[in-house]
Design a protein around this ligand. Structure first.
Ligand code: G6P
Length: 366
């Protein structure tokens, strides 16, 4: 793949639009398209472990956080998720039956690599989910797991995030089946569901113009909040990270239910609050948090799906309707909305989208 912007003004936008294709590649690596089952990578035995430890930095950490929900809900398998720069300094209690998965686009991030080496020194089984298969992490881990996103040039990670999340979703389904937590029919249904992801992403990308209009209203904001519940918590955190990385607007992601324990004090008339709430099991609860901030004068921007948009009519003047998706696919669909929101805000502000100040694509020093 040649690193060329093609018809796009920025690598980031090109990479956002590549996602139907990059996700297809991720899925074809991990799914058997005929049998509709997960092709479990060699050496990965989820039946032999009692815990997964995911360690990563930045955007990759949020992909791991989404995966925690998937492994716990679909496979009944406990997941610890750690920030790599913290992991080795807190004397983590490591059981020999744990599997450590480091998640890293580059496979070179210093803290993530150090966490991998730390786990190996305790004889833990290790896997590295990376985009660069020639990287140090891919070489040093017991098992190297590719995400197949192709070269990512934009400093703000987009297609790597969705491919990391997608690969981890397939592994969660594979783990659920391997552990006897779900039967073959249920596993096949999950695989068929995941196989629809690229087409849903095509549809999500059609929201770009709507999102650009929302972005134009954000450029004077001093501070923006991103709220979600369940798997939308990491998507809110990722949305806030993406926005601050490239637009330099202060943004905070929060678990919606935690808002009243502090951050609600910062809500003033007109403060933009981005609410990420597809119509899922927690939708009603998120809506009640939406009403709490709306009552304090916040300007609500709701990113949801068709059913959510219908149910929330009248609660928000600004609603972006992304494609309807199942719990396995919804985090990725909603992440596309967040990427577009950050991108269009930054472009409107005229920042250097592909090379934001002070940031490096890969942080190879501690
Ligand atoms: C840097 C990049 C981020 C990335 C993080 C982790 O901060 O700017 O986009 O998420 O490193 O990088 P990795 O290569 O380990 O995924």
């Amino acid at each position: 793949e040649i690193a060329d912007k093609g018809q796009y003004p920025h690598y980031m936008l090109k990479e956002i639009h590549e996602q139907p294709e990059t996700l297809s590649r991720t899925l074809s690596h991990y799914l058997d398209p005929i049998e509709m089952r997960v092709d479990m990578p060699d050496g990965l035995d989820f039946a032999a472990i009692d815990r997964v430890i995911i360690v990563a930095c930045g955007t990759a950490y949020y992909a791991g956080m989404v995966a925690k929900y998937m492994f716990e809900q679909i496979a009944g398998l406990a997941v610890d998720i750690d920030i790599a720069s913290e992991f080795r300094y807190r004397d983590p209690v490591l059981s020999p039956k744990s599997l450590m998965i480091v998640v890293s686009q580059s496979g070179e991030t210093a803290d993530t690599l150090a966490a991998l080496r730390y786990a190996k020194s305790f004889n833990l089984k290790t896997a590295a989910l990376v985009n660069v298969m020639t990287s140090t992490m891919a070489r040093e881990a017991d098992i190297a797991l590719p995400i197949k996103a192709g070269p990512e040039i934009g400093v703000a990670s987009t297609k790597a995030f969705t491919s990391q999340t997608c690969a981890l979703a397939t592994l969660a389904v594979g783990a659920a089946f391997a552990r006897g937590h779900i039967d073959a029919d249920t596993a096949a249904a999950h695989c068929r569901d995941l196989a629809t992801l690229p087409q849903r992403v095509v549809e999500a990308l059609l929201c770009s113009d709507d999102i650009a209009q929302v972005a134009a209203t954000l450029i004077d904001a001093k501070s923006i909040f991103f709220l979600g519940r369940g798997p939308m918590v990491p998507i809110a955190l990722e949305g806030a990270l993406k926005l601050k990385e490239i637009s330099y607007i202060h943004a905070e992601g929060y678990a919606a239910g935690e808002l009243k324990h502090g951050p609600i004090a910062l809500i003033e008339t007109g403060t933009p609050v981005i609410i990420i709430a597809p119509d899922d099991a927690l939708f009603e609860k998120t809506v009640s948090n939406l009403q709490e901030v709306a009552a304090r004068g916040a300007r609500i921007i709701l990113l949801t799906d068709a059913k959510g948009a219908d149910a929330a009519k009248g609660l928000s003047k600004t609603i972006v309707t992304l494609p309807t998706a199942t719990p396995l696919c919804a985090p990725i669909i909603q992440a596309i909305g967040q990427q577009l929101l950050a991108y269009h805000t930054a472009v409107t502000l005229g920042t250097d989208v592909d090379q934001p100040r002070n940031l490096a694509k890969s942080v190879t020093v501690e």
